[in-house]
Design a protein around this ligand. Structure first.
Ligand code: NAD
Length: 380
């Protein structure tokens, strides 16, 4: 019988790693689920709701961690939690594998088996376990809602006897999962939407959502996608041409939402302070890349600033966490689908296929060693 532990997250993380729905699935699969009282409250999951699905509610992490085979978390567990876990226990979380390397090494040294959900391969089979997508989708939605509330105008065009309210011009930079949802949400609210990306495949996606695609479409652009579907680092020459196009476009926009990321690198700088200075008073920039250094030169992570020319720049650090009920529900389902791979259907014990591409793709440490190629190569 496999024991799963869930403990509360830190005060700045409202999400939780299990939902009543996934507790039910784990219990049906023969697992014991020990949840520290109150762990789900900030996602509106009460102890009673968990209990009703078969969870055991315990009063402190010490009652769950020493006997857990698997610890499920949203963020990196604390060093104290690691020290309370039994050696070799499995930890599944968004472990931020490329951040704070020394801490990852310390955690690995506890001999816990660490799975970083951010590294889940972007394959069809892994879709149900793709935490980046489930959370980015909600972040893209919330970015538009937040922009709409901070913007001093309305998003849809309104024709009234007193005159016409123009539709807000909204520009989405980076058309991955978050960007696509931002386009769809801004369109639903009636904005005039344009979008840009360095991957040519996004042009059709942008147009299919009823938005206009803006990019320098030269030879380099046509080749700019890795086999994994991610963005490539573009040449300085391309970046200069694209920056000029974007600079002229940004001047006219009411709302700009930036979501551009390149895996394992700092976020690309897309909006300079000069561009911000050229924008209209009252315009709003929401920089979803704030946590990774920001797409806008002036972004301050976790802060909203207003520039001298009256542009608001918002640098949210956990937008999905601001819709915790949905974010936790989807994240919990991602984790449940992944843990399901580890449990034998015959005798309900732990049975991990270490050669499975999803296990290998996310495993970052085992038996005291860091094992993920992207992490071992970096130090080699
Ligand atoms: P991401 O968060 O890594 O980046 C966001 C977007 O920013 C990307 O579209 C990227 O091309 C873009 N970008 C990077 N540099 C830029 C620049 N200088 N200017 C403008 N845009 C820039 O992306 P993501 O949401 O994680 O999606 C990455 C890819 O993975 C996409 O192709 C997506 O369709 C794919 N994907 C596949 C699956 C699956 O098959 N299971 C699931 C989710 C995503």
């Amino acid at each position: 019988m496999v024991t799963i532990a869930v403990t509360p997250e830190a005060s700045n993380e409202p999400r939780v790693a299990v939902s009543p729905d996934t507790v039910k699935k784990f219990v049906a699969a023969g697992c014991t689920v020990a949840i520290v009282s109150g762990a789900g409250l900030r996602s509106s999951f009460s102890d009673d709701a968990y209990k009703a699905q078969g969870a055991e509610i315990v009063s402190s992490p010490n009652d769950a961690l020493p006997r857990a085979d698997i610890l499920l978390k949203v963020r990196r567990p604390s060093p104290e939690e690691f020290n309370t876990l039994k050696p070799g226990a499995i930890v599944v979380a968004m472990l931020d594998p490329y951040g704070q390397r020394t801490e990852i090494e310390t955690l690995a040294a506890t001999k816990a088996t660490l799975f970083a959900m951010e590294l889940m391969p972007r394959t069809t089979r892994a879709q149900a376990m793709d935490v980046l997508s489930s959370q980015a989708n909600l972040a893209g939605y919330k970015a538009v809602v937040d922009a709409a509330s901070k913007f001093g105008g309305a998003l849809p065009m309104m024709m009234t006897p007193a005159g016409t309210v123009p539709a807000a011009k909204t520009f989405i930079m980076g058309v991955g999962v978050a960007g696509l949802q931002a386009i769809a949400t801004a369109r639903r609210l009636g904005a005039i939407v344009t979008a840009t990306d360095v991957r040519p495949a996004t042009k059709e996606q942008v147009q299919s959502l009823g938005a206009k695609f803006i990019a320098v479409e030269d030879e380099e652009f046509l080749q700019a996608q890795t086999a994994g579907g991610y963005a490539k680092q573009m040449s300085a020459a391309y970046q200069a041409k694209q920056a000029e196009l974007v600079a002229n476009h940004v001047k006219t926009q009411d709302i700009v939402i930036t979501t551009a990321l390149i895996p394992g690198r700092p976020a690309p700088r897309l909006i300079t302070s000069d561009m911000v200075a050229s924008m209209k008073p009252g315009a709003v920039i929401i920089d979803l890349a704030a946590e990774r250094g920001g797409n806008c030169e002036l972004t301050k992570p976790g802060e909203t600033i207003t520039t001298a020319n009256g542009v608001k720049i918002i640098g949210p650090i956990n937008l999905a966490g601001t819709v915790p009920v949905n974010a936790s529900n989807l994240y919990a389902r991602n984790l449940a689908a992944f843990v399901d791979l580890m449990i034998s259907k015959e005798d309900k014990s732990l049975a991990i296929d270490w050669d499975d591409e999803l296990i290998k793709g996310t495993l970052i440490a085992k038996d005291g060693e860091i094992v993920h190629p992207s992490l071992t190569e970096k130090t080699a």
